[in-house]
Design a protein. Structure first.
Length: 118
């Protein structure tokens, strides 16, 4: 059973920082991309950032220059460092990953709430 477990969400003031973590556990052979999506109330889920095993990254325009995605392959963990947070960054953040277990498929974490408010 493959699982993605997120941590690091919370309440922060505008301009502040948070670091999200997501660790893959269970039995699997390989991980391709890992990434983060978010969903604000009343809005569709949107891509925040992705990172491939090669280290290549992709960011949503709204977070470029403020968020940094990274991963440690040895620990099967992806991080999202969020700086200069804005109220519009408030959302539930979901980790996802393409993982080879019995076959390649996309897995999702349970989500972690990030609230940016004064």
């Amino acid at each position: 059973q493959v699982q993605l477990v997120e941590s690091g969400g919370g309440l922060v003031q505008p301009g502040g920082s948070l670091r999200l973590s997501c660790a893959a556990s269970g039995t699997f052979f390989n991980i391709d991309f890992m990434g983060w999506y978010r969903q604000a109330p009343g809005k569709e889920r949107e891509l925040v950032a992705h990172i491939r095993g090669s280290g290549n990254t992709n960011y949503a325009d709204s977070v470029k220059g403020r968020f940094t995605i990274s991963r440690t392959n040895a620990e099967n963990t992806v991080y999202l460092q969020m700086d200069s947070l804005k109220p519009e960054d408030t959302a539930v953040y979901y980790c996802n990953a393409m993982i080879a277990s019995t076959s390649w498929r996309i897995y999702w974490g349970q989500g972690t709430q990030v609230t940016v408010s004064s």
